[in-house]
Design a protein around this ligand. Structure first.
Ligand code: FES
Ligand SMILES: [Fe+2]
Length: 339
């Protein structure tokens, strides 16, 4: 399995961790994530050092995890601290701990070299817990490689075809695309001028006529995508910075590799207008859930065909792939550096 391991990935949404033990495979590693009695998150290898039962099948005893098979107990550093029926704990009885940080209503984990884990490099997703924004979030388990999902988000020409009833509207593929690359980041920008708004934006912004529409994508390696998306009444100067006659939605995504052909997809949609409008919140949450579910189906179908195609699966490239190809180049370099 090939993954960039020296990177922060989302292991879970904050709300997924209560008093439970959450077992999740991340970059091929089985990992158990939990909170200690103070609510601080911890992550350990989800494989008991005795006979390899997943620790996530055991239970929490105070700040420790007790394996559900023969009762060995581990503290949150992964050290085995007690063995039933004997006083002495065998030397080297431990499981691997992982660096972990809670930020932006996400639990971030570093599956690589722990000495390289620097929390200041966690990508910015402040929209998900900023009081000036209201954010709907969700999770999908995807039966496709994480890079396919990154590709999907970096080439939004697909919205016209995959999301015809939600995010899609005519005119996307005809609008010019600009791509910029900077170290481990790629930006892809598209303005769709004086066209009908897509269904989701038409309802969310009460637009009666044509709009100027933007899709400003920022990708940070390896799998973090922030999309500043919105519409304003056509001709009101949104492209020059005046968004007063428009609405903005930050459509943010972060993807965590699971195996070679599956990944964890965390998304949130944040807006900074009509914050108290719970009906609008529900409407946008449903629209996003529906739209991203469409992507998840596409990715699974793609992965099945990739698996049956063997070595030569990549196919041809088209103009809309500009950002995808830039990002893949960055990933290739990072993988080479790691291995
Ligand atoms: S497998 Fe965990 S205690 Fe035996
Ligand atoms: Fe999509």
């Amino acid at each position: 399995m090939i993954f960039i391991k020296n990177a922060w990935y989302v292991a879970a949404e904050s709300h997924e961790l209560t008093g439970n033990l959450l077992g999740r495979t991340i970059c091929g590693d089985p990992i158990v994530v939990f909170r200690d009695s103070n609510g601080a998150p911890a992550a350990l290898e989800d494989r008991c050092c005795h006979r390899h039962l997943p620790l996530s099948l055991g239970k929490r005893t105070g700040d420790k995890i007790q394996c559900g098979y023969h009762g060995l107990e581990f503290d949150k550093t992964g050290t085995c601290v007690s063995v039933p029926g004997q006083k002495r704990v065998p030397p080297n009885a431990s499981v691997r701990p992982y660096p972990i940080v809670e930020r932006y209503r996400y639990i971030w984990i570093w599956p690589g070299d722990p000495d390289k884990a620097d929390p200041s490099t966690i990508p910015d997703y402040h929209w998900n817990d900023d009081p000036n924004w209201i954010s709907n979030s969700g999770y999908f388990h995807v039966q496709g490689n994480h890079q396919l999902l990154v590709d999907n988000l970096l080439d939004l020409s697909h919205v016209q075809f995959v999301h015809a009833t939600t995010l899609g509207a005519d005119g996307v593929t005809d609008a010019p695309l600009h791509t910029y690359r900077d170290a481990d980041q790629v930006r892809i920008e598209r303005w769709i001028m004086d066209k009908k708004p897509p269904a989701m934006f038409a309802t969310a912004g009460n637009f009666l006529g044509n709009v100027d529409r933007w899709q400003l994508i920022s990708w940070t390696a390896p799998t973090h995508v922030v999309i500043d998306a919105g519409c304003a009444n056509a001709g009101t100067g949104a492209k020059d910075g005046n968004r007063n006659e428009g609405i903005t939605v930050y459509s943010n995504h972060t993807i965590t590799p699971e195996t070679n052909d599956s990944c964890h997809y965390f998304w949130h949609h944040a807006r900074n207008y009509r914050l108290d409008d719970t009906e609008l919140t529900k409407f946008l949450a449903n629209a996003a859930q529906t739209a991203f579910g469409e992507d998840v189906d596409i990715l699974a179908a793609q992965q099945r065909n990739i698996d049956s195609a063997g070595r030569h699966w990549e196919g041809i490239d088209i103009n809309a792939d500009a950002g995808v190809l830039q990002a893949r180049r960055v990933v290739t370099k990072m993988l080479e550096a790691e291995t």
